[in-house]
Design a binder for this molecule. Structure first.
Ligand code: ADP
Ligand code: MG
Length: 239
């Protein structure tokens, strides 16, 4: 489904991604872990071209993504959920979720509303359709953000620390929605520190350090017998 080959990214003189390679199959759930500043967000952003890698190729379903040619189409296929929700404050929850389908997918408002209501039910927020984001808890906001991303009917969803801005007691409701998606076969690349999500939902865990992928393994292996010394050190700190 996705293949990132030899990705390099610089911010000025800072070499942030150094030859990063990752293949993601349809239906796979990849969890990326690593210390702050190791390049996880930049890597996710390079996948859907929120940042442009200076070197390397991103392929989607076997074809390279070309910035000037097929980027708009690709953005519909590769959704993203951010740490800070980024909901539209002047729109109610229902309209937040309908916005993408109506304006980008040119769906009729009637169909978009039906889709949006279905997705709000899926994330457990049917009763919040008509309220404004400012009245929601962080966990509810993030579930709306997930519904909004799903409304674009993407093939892949990228999550960048979706629970890091939440109070601890609100993490579970968001991770549980993510687990449902994983169980339904959604292809996902998730940067997170929630190791129980990684244990229960990930097919592979990828450890990034200083802009490179140091090690990747299924969660059982990664957490019980990591091979690289730096992986061991990092896991010791967080587990
Ligand atoms: P992570 O998500 O793993 O914490 P990031 O991808 O955010 O790491 O950052 C990797 C490195 O790139 C850091 O040193 C960070 O300061 C730097 N960086 C990230 N975004 C920018 C930017 N827009 N301009 C300059 N440097 C950046
Ligand atoms: Mg980050």
């Amino acid at each position: 489904m996705l293949r990132m080959s030899k990705i390099h990214k610089w911010f000025g003189k800072l070499h942030v991604l150094k030859d990063v390679n990752l293949d993601v199959k349809e239906g796979e759930v990849i969890v990326i872990i690593g210390a702050s500043g190791s390049g996880k967000s930049t890597f996710l952003r390079c996948i859907n071209f929120l940042e442009e890698a200076e070197k390397g190729v991103v392929q989607f379903r076997g074809k390279p993504i070309l910035k000037n040619r097929n980027l708009t189409g690709i953005r519909k296929e590769i959704g993203m959920v951010f740490q800070h929700f980024n909901l539209f404050p002047h729109m109610n929850v229902l309209h937040n979720v309908m916005e993408g389908p109506v304006h980008t997918r040119h769906m009729s408002p009637h169909d978009a509303e039906k889709l949006a209501r279905g997705l709000l039910e899926k994330v457990g927020l049917s009763d919040k359709a008509k309220v404004y984001p400012s009245t929601l808890s962080g966990g509810q906001k993030q579930r709306v953000a997930i519904a909004r991303a799903l409304a674009m009917q993407p093939s892949v969803l990228l999550f960048d620390e979706p629970t890091s801005a939440l109070d601890p007691e609100l993490v579970g409701e968001v991770v549980s929605v993510m687990k449902d998606l994983a169980n339904e076969g959604m292809t996902m690349i998730v940067v997170t520190h929630e190791m129980w999500f990684a244990r229960e939902a990930a097919d592979r865990v990828v450890f990034m350090d200083e802009g490179t992928i140091i090690e990747e393994a299924p969660p059982e292996k990664m957490f019980s017998e990591p091979e690289n010394e730096r992986t061991k050190q990092f896991l010791k700190q967080i587990l």
